[in-house]
Write a protein that binds this ligand. Structure first.
Ligand code: NAD
Ligand code: DAU
Length: 356
């Protein structure tokens, strides 16, 4: 079996669902269930004996030791993190705690467990760390996309905390020989995406008749990858990645935010036209920019394609169409996650139209 952390979050729950859809190897899913963790995402696994959910912190060394001793996983896939850049600007402490200290404790517990393995089980063991392209910082227009050799230049408390965790993972390989793999992926979108992030926020706000807040001039560029493609990349790296190596994962799909929002609005205009006949794009409002906002990310995913034969299955056109349709089909999911703490965050963050 494998131990997955953060498996009730956006990418984690998609990963757990896909893993159990393509195979039968059981999962122990360790997740603290912060505001971003949601067991509704895993409701279809309620009676599935292959999925064991444990609520807990990756920073809890005693719990980790118990989980390793009891379940003897052959691999760890670490997705647990604080993941939202804007929240890291408002309050960086939790990012330092989970992304750096938590990853450190997880590495320590993994090292202790792996140190006790012998023979083929020791050889086969893997620790896969899921990271982000944001560790590379911001690209100038026209500059080559991020390759794995690009220097680390994180610009937000979030990306700095992820960069620190990447360095710890690397150091545990070089110092202790821990069999690690790291993936650095671009912006994901798809089902179960928490509506604090651009794409689900825009879909949710559009349908609710609210403004669609665009930071600054809306010309910041991101590379978008359908979440299920990220999940297949993680599976492939776990299966065949070279030890100690990092793999950039991306969709070969750079787009300015304004264009992404325009595409979502056009799909909604077709699938759920506004009662007054106006275009959803009329709801766009330019708001104050994110402090330290990275202008452009782009991923060069040549290595994972050349070495491991992975390429995304979805185009942005097909992935965004599925995504908008998923949100239209799951109003109860959106309703459940946008109550309480969510409303408090939105009220505070977008007060007076300013994200700072
Ligand atoms: P998310 O915020 O949706 O989910 C994070 C999950 O981790 C939640 O279920 C949360 O409850 C859990 N968690 C938080 N702190 C924890 C702790 N201390 N112990 C155990 N569980 C804890 O995030 P996501 O978007 O699914 O991202 C998952 C991973 O992928 C993160 O490491 C993120 O940096 C990385 N990543 C995300 C993207 C993206 O576009 N979303 C892109 C590249 C990489
Ligand atoms: O690149 C990978 C990263 O992508 C992940 O590591 C992060 O966990 C994930 O949150 C995401 O970070 P971004 O900051 O790029 O994603 P977000 O959805 O928050 O914002 C996408 C772009 O849209 C960014 O340029 C900011 C802008 N934006 C965002 C929001 C929430 C807006 O213009 N308005 C908004 O209201």
């Amino acid at each position: 079996m494998i131990l997955v952390t953060g498996g009730a979050g956006f990418i984690g729950s998609n990963f757990v669902l896909d893993w159990l859809a393509v195979g039968d190897e059981p999962i122990v899913n360790l997740d603290l269930l912060t505001y971003a963790g949601n067991l509704d995402n895993l409701a279809s696994l309620e009676d599935d004996a292959r999925h064991l959910f444990v609520r807990g912190d990756i920073g809890d060394g005693d719990l980790l030791a118990r989980l390793f001793a009891t379940h003897q996983p052959r691999a760890v896939v670490n997705l647990a993190a604080e993941s939202h850049v804007d929240r890291s600007i408002h309050g960086p402490a939790e990012f330092i705690q989970t992304n750096i200290v938590g990853t450190f404790r997880l590495l320590e517990a993994t090292r202790a467990y792996w140190g006790g393995l012998a023979g083929a089980r020791r050889e086969a063991f893997r620790f896969l760390h899921v990271s982000t392209d944001e560790v590379y910082g911001s690209l100038a227009p026209g500059a080559p996309a991020f390759a794995e050799s690009h220097r680390y230049e994180p610009n937000s408390p979030y990306s700095a905390s992820k960069a620190a965790s990447d360095h710890l993972v690397r150091a545990y390989h070089h110092t202790y020989g821990l069999p690690v793999l790291t993936t650095n992926c671009s912006n994901n979108y798809g089902p179960y995406h928490f509506p604090e992030k651009l794409i689900p926020l825009v879909i949710h706000n559009a349908l609710a008749g609210r403004t669609l807040p665009i930071y600054g001039d809306g010309m910041q560029v991101r590379d978008w990858l359908y979440v299920k493609d990220h999940c297949s990349a993680i599976r492939r790296v776990l299966e065949a990645g070279r030890l100690g190596e990092t793999y950039n994962v991306g969709g070969w799909n750079e787009q300015p935010n304004l264009e992404v929002v325009g595409t979502i609005c056009r799909i909604l205009d077709q699938l759920r036209p506004r009662a007054d006949g106006l275009a959803y794009f009329s709801q766009v409002a330019f708001v104050q920019d994110r402090p330290g906002h990275d202008r452009r990310y782009a991923i060069d995913a040549t290595r994972i394609e050349r070495e491991l034969g992975w390429r995304p299955a979805e185009t942005f056109a097909s992935g965004i169409q599925k995504t908008v349709q998923w949100y239209l089909d799951h109003p109860e999911w959106v309703e459940n996650v946008t109550s309480g703490a969510y409303r408090e965050w939105i009220g505070r963050h977008y007060a007076a139209g300013a994200p700072a």
